[in-house]
Write a protein that binds this ligand. Structure first.
Ligand code: LLP
Length: 386
C-alpha cells in the first residue's frame, strides 16, 4: 500500500480528479532554477501548454520563470498568474490577428515566427500601433528526436519552423520591415527526450548555423532559444521524481558555442510539472472477461488522453489494496476502444471502490482534457488544500 498519497483524504473526494503534490513541484522548480542559474545567461520559460491550471501557474511564477505560450489564451493565462509580459515568448504556426494584437498590446518579449505571412501580419499590426515587435525566427533544424512520431517537431516534413534553404530569404524580408526587430533564433526538436545526444545534435546545428550567419551576413543575434523537450521517467516516478536538470543544462553549456553576450532561452514544460501530478480514479467495476480481467475506472481518455493518443505508458497504482497482484487491463467508461489506460498490467487485486493513481500525469493531462460523452472536465486538488 502506498503512503506518499493522502489516501484517507482521497476517500472523501469525488473522483476522478488531478492531485498535485505542491512540495514536489516547488522542489522541481528550485532545482531547475538553481541549475539554470549556474549559467548566468540561461533563462527558463515554462511551457504553459503542459499545464495551465492557474494555481500551478502562480507557483511557477513565484519561482521566477517566464512563460512560453502558443495561443492568446495562454499569454492571458500567464499574465493572469502575474508573469511579466517581458518574460513571455509566443510560438505557434497559426497566430491569428487577434492573438498578435493582444500580445503586442501586452508588450511580450518575443514572437517566435514560423512563416513569412505570419511576420507580415505582425508587421502590419505593429505598424498600426506604432510599436516595434521583437521576433525570433523558428528554424527547423531537421533533427529527429528519439521519441514518439506524434511529438517530434524538428523534421523538415513537420509543419514547424523555417527550413534552412529558406532562411536567408526570410532574414532579408524581416530585416527590411520597419516595425520588426529580429532578436534571435528559435529551435525545438520534440518532447519527452531522455537521450542527451539529441540535444547535443541540436547544439551542433545551432553552432553551424551561427557560424554561417556570421560568415555570410556578419549577423549575430542576441538570443538563442533552444525550446524544451527534456523527458521524464514514466517508469519510475518516485525514484526519478525530479529530472536531471544539472545534466540537461550542463549539456547545453558544454556544447553550445555562444558569441559574446548571447542569452540562451529554454522552454520546459513536461520536466517541470509531470511528476507532481497524478490522476486519481476509482474502480467502478471489475469485469471478468473470457481472456481478460478489466478494471473499469471512472476516469476516461477524455481526462487523460496520452495513452490513447500516443500509446503512452503511465504507472498505475492501487492505493487501497495490498493484495497479491492480478493481471488487468485498466479501461475507462468512454465509448471508444482506445479508452484504455494500460493492458496486461500487474496490479494488486482490485475491488469495486478501490482508489487508483495514474502517475506522472501533471503534464499534458489536465491541459488536454475534453468533454466527450458529456463528461465533466476533471477537477484539480492541490496537496496544500487537503
Ligand atoms: N517549445 C515548443 C515550441 C513546443 O512545441 C513544446 C511542446 C515545448 C516547448 C515544451 O516541450 P516539453 O518541455 O514539454 O517537452 N502532448 C504531448 C506533448 C506535446 C508537446 C508539444 N510541444 C504529450 O503529452 O506527450
Amino acid at each position: 500500500m502506498r503512503t506518499i498519497f493522502p489516501t484517507e483524504k482521497f476517500r472523501e473526494i469525488e473522483t476522478p480528479f488531478y492531485y498535485y503534490d505542491v512540495d514536489l513541484l516547488r522542489k522541481t522548480l528550485d532545482e531547475a532554477r538553481d541549475e539554470a542559474g549556474k549559467h548566468g545567461n540561461f533563462h527558463v520559460h515554462y511551457a504553459v501548454k503542459a499545464n495551465f491550471n492557474p494555481k500551478l501557474l502562480e507557483i511557477i511564477k513565484e519561482a521566477g520563470m517566464g512563460a512560453d505560450c502558443v495561443s492568446g489564451g495562454e499569454v492571458r493565462a500567464a499574465m493572469n498568474a502575474g508573469i511579466e509580459p517581458g518574460k513571455i515568448v509566443f510560438a505557434g504556426v497559426g497566430k491569428t490577428d487577434k492573438e498578435i494584437a493582444f500580445s503586442l498590446d501586452a508588450g511580450i518579449f518575443c514572437f517566435n515566427i514560423e512563416s513569412v505571412p505570419e511576420v507580415e501580419a505582425i508587421e502590419r499590426l505593429a505598424a498600426e500601433r506604432g510599436v516595434t515587435a521583437r521576433v525570433a525566427i523558428r528554424v527547423n533544424p531537421n533533427i529527429g528526436a528519439h521519441t514518439h512520431s506524434n511529438i517530434t517537431t524538428g523534421l523538415a516534413e513537420n509543419k514547424f519552423g523555417i527550413n534552412y534553404e529558406q532562411l536567408d530569404e526570410v532574414i532579408d524580408i524581416v530585416e527590411k520591415m520597419e516595425h520588426i526587430k529580429l532578436i534571435g533564433l528559435h529551435f525545438h526538436i520534440g518532447s519527452q527526450i531522455l537521450v542527451m545526444d539529441d540535444f547535443i545534435a541540436l547544439c551542433g546545428r545551432i553552432n553551424e548555423l551561427q557560424e554561417l550567419l556570421l560568415e555570410t551576413r556578419g549577423l549575430t543575434l542576441p538570443h538563442i532559444n533552444v525550446g524544451g523537450g527534456l523527458g521524464i521517467r514514466y517508469d519510475a516516478p518516485d525514484k526519478y521524481n525530479i529530472p536531471d536538470f544539472e545534466l540537461y543544462f550542463s549539456t547545453y553549456a558544454k556544447n553550445l558555442k555562444l558569441q559574446p553576450g548571447q542569452q540562451v532561452h529554454f522552454e520546459l514544460g513536461r520536466s517541470i510539472v509531470a511528476q507532481c501530478g497524478s490522476l486519481i480514479t476509482r474502480a467502478t467495476y471489475i469485469k471478468h472477461g473470457t481472456c481478460k480481467q478489466f478494471i473499469i475506472v471512472d476516469a476516461g481518455m477524455n481526462d487523460l488522453v496520452r495513452p490513447a493518443l500516443y500509446e503512452a505508458y503511465h504507472r498505475i497504482e492501487n492505493l487501497t489494496s495490498d493484495k497479491a497482484d492480478g493481471m488487468y487491463d485498466v479501461v475507462g467508461p468512454i465509448c471508444e476502444s482506445s479508452d484504455v489506460f494500460c493492458k496486461d498490467r500487474r496490479i494488486p487485486e482490485t475491488e469495486r471502490g478501490d482508489i487508483l493513481a495514474i502517475r506522472s500525469a501533471g503534464a499534458y493531462g489536465e491541459a488536454m482534457a475534453f468533454g466527450y460523452n458529456c463528461r465533466e472536465l476533471p477537477k484539480a486538488v492541490l496537496s496544500t488544500e487537503l
